[in-house]
Ligand binder design. Structure first.
Ligand code: NIG
Ligand code: FE
Length: 422
C-alpha cells in the first residue's frame, strides 16, 4: 500500500518506544509538505510500515515498485490510529435513568449504594446470552473504529462471578477473531463487591475461584487475557485487598492496570507503582507521592476526561504528572456511566479540562496509550517496522481532528488497520 502526497504526517515519536510528553515535544515528529513535495507512507504486505518520507525521496527509492493499492492523500493529513486506553464495552442494560438521577444531585456512590450503578449492569449482563453481548459489543467497537480507534483496551467486570466474567472474556475473544479493531483484554472481576458478599469474600472469590479458572482457560489457549484490574477505592476494594488480588494476578502472568484514587485518595497509585504496574487510571485524587512513585516505576497514567466531566470530579493533575515525568495516556472510559465511544471527543475534552496541548493529547492517545497496554514497541507511532495503523484526515492541518467537536465522519476520510482499509 502507498499513501501518497499527504500534506502532513504526524509520526508522533521518532525512535523511542515511549513519548514522555512534557520533557520535550521533539518526539512528536511532524513531516510537512514543503513546496510541491508531499509526504508518502509505504506499507508492506505484512501490514507494517516500510518507509515514511517526502514524496521525492520515496519516488527515488520505491519508484520502480508496484503497489497493490495507492491512496491519494493530497491536501490531507495522516496520524497514527488512536489507541483507547480504558473501556468497559461488554455489557447489557444501559443506565440512561441514572443520568437524570445524577443531574438531580445523586453522586456516583449514592447510586451505587442504592443498588444501581455497576450492580444494575451486573444483573443485566448475567442474564444476557453470549450472542446478545457480542451483538452489543460489535456495534460499539464498530462505532469506535469509525471514530478512529484502531486498538482498544477492553475490561470485563460486569459479571463479578466466574461464569459471567468468563462469558465476557469469551465475547472479547470472538471480537478479536471477527473484527478489525485490535483488543487488549483486561480481567476486572474486582470491579465491585457483589451483592450478598463481604469485601473479604469477594476478594477470596477473585483470587481462589475466578482467577484460577481464567488461568486454566488461558493455558488451553481459549482466552488471551493481558491485564488485571481492580476498582481500588474507599468502600470498594481498598489497598489491602487490592494488593492481594494484584499479586495473584501477577502470579497468573497478568500486567497490572487498575482504577485508582478516583473518588478518594487511598494510595492506589503508590501501591500500583510498588507492584510495577503498567498503568493506573483515573487518579483524580492522586497525591504528590503517588505521582512520584508512578514516575519512578514507569507506570502510565491513563486519564479519563469523560468520567471526571460527567461525575463532576476533581480534575486529575495532568500538568503535574507531565512535568514530573509520568507518561500520560487517555481513555474514553466507555461504560454505562460515561457513554462515550469517541477518542477525538475525549482528546478535545482533555485539552480543555485537563489543560493538555494538542501535541500532548495526540501522544496520550497513541504512543502513551500503547505503552499502557504493553504495545509501545509495535504500535502508537508511524515508524518503520511498526504496524500500519493510521488515519487519513481530510483537513490541511491535523489539529482539525481534535479542534472540530463531535462529528468525525466528515473529517475522517479513512481508517487503516495493519495496512488494510476498514
Ligand atoms: O471507569 N470507576 C469504575 N469503573 C467505571 C465505571 C463503571 C460503571 O459505573 O459501570 C469507570 O468509571
Ligand atoms: Fe473504568
Amino acid at each position: 500500500l502507498l499513501v501518497k502526497n499527504a500534506k502532513q504526517v504526524v509520526q508522533v515519536c521518532d525512535g523511542g518506544e515511549t513519548c514522555l510528553i512534557g520533557d520535550s515535544m521533539k518526539s512528536l515528529a511532524l513531516i510537512q509538505q514543503n513546496n510541491e513535495d508531499g509526504v508518502d507512507i509505504v506499507v508492506g504486505r505484512d501490514g507494517t510500515i516500510v518507509a515514511v518520507d517526502h514524496s521525492s525521496e520515496i519516488q527515488k527509492k520505491y519508484g520502480a515498485c508496484e503497489f497493490d493499492q495507492t491512496l491519494d492523500a493530497t491536501n490531507m493529513c495522516v496520524i497514527p490510529g488512536l489507541i483507547d486506553g480504558h473501556t468497559h464495552p461488554v455489557w447489557a442494560g444501559d443506565r440512561v435513568h441514572e443520568f437524570s438521577m445524577k443531574l438531580a444531585g445523586a453522586s456516583y456512590m449514592d447510586v451505587h449504594k442504592a443498588g444501581g450503578g455497576i450492580h444494575f449492569t451486573v444483573n443485566h449482563t448475567r442474564n444476557a446470552t453470549e450472542d446478545d453481548l457480542y451483538d452489543l459489543l460489535r456495534a460499539r467497537l464498530q462505532s469506535m473504529l469509525r471514530c478512529g480507534t484502531t486498538t482498544v483496551e477492553c475490561k470485563s467486570g460486569y459479571g463479578l462471578d466466574a461464569e459471567t466474567e468468563i462469558k465476557m472474556l469469551r465475547v472479547l475473544e470472538r471480537a478479536k477473531r471477527e473484527l478489525p479493531i485490535e483488543i487488549s483484554s483486561t480481567y476486572c472481576g474486582a470491579h465491585a463487591v457483589p451483592k450478598g458478599m463481604t469485601v473479604k469474600e469477594a476478594t477470596l472469590d477473585v483470587i481462589e475461584v475466578q482467577l484460577p479458572r481464567i488461568q486454566d482457560l488461558m493455558s488451553k489457549g481459549e482466552l488471551q487475557v493481558e491485564n488485571i484490574d481492580v476498582f481500588c477505592d474507599k468502600g470498594l476494594f481498598e489497598t489491602e485487598e487490592t494488593k492481594s488480588i494484584l499479586e495473584a494476578g501477577v502470579r497468573a502472568g497478568l500486567a497490572i492496570n487498575i482504577h485508582g484514587d478516583e473518588l478518594h485518595y487511598v494510595k492506589a497509585a503508590e501501591l500500583a507503582a510498588s507492584l510495577g504496574a503498567r498503568a493506573v487510571s483515573h487518579l483524580e485524587e492522586v497525591s504528590d507521592a503517588g505521582i512520584k512513585a508512578m514516575a519512578e516505576a514507569g507506570s502510565v497514567a491513563v486519564l479519563l476526561p469523560t468520567t471526571a466531566y460527567i461525575l463532576r470530579l476533581k480534575t486529575p493533575p495532568a500538568r503535574q504528572m507531565i512535568s514530573e515525568g509520568v507518561a500520560v495516556a487517555l481513555g474514553s472510559d466507555f461504560n454505562p456511566n460515561a457513554y462515550c465511544l469517541s477518542m477525538p471527543l475525549t482528546m478535545h475534552m482533555a485539552c480543555v479540562t485537563f489543560r493538555m496541548s494538542l501535541e500532548e493529547v495526540l501522544a496520550a492517545a497513541t504512543i502513551n496509550a500503547a505503552k499502557s497496554i504493553g504495545r509501545a514497541a509495535t504500535h502508537g507511532s508511524l515508524e518503520v517496522r511498526k504496524v500500519a495503523d493510521m488515519l487519513i484526515i481530510n483537513a490541511p492541518r491535523w489539529e482539525h481532528f481534535i479542534y472540530q467537536m463531535g462529528c468525525h465522519q466528515e473529517l475522517l476520510k479513512m481508517v487503516i488497520k495493519r495496512g488494510e482499509i476498514v
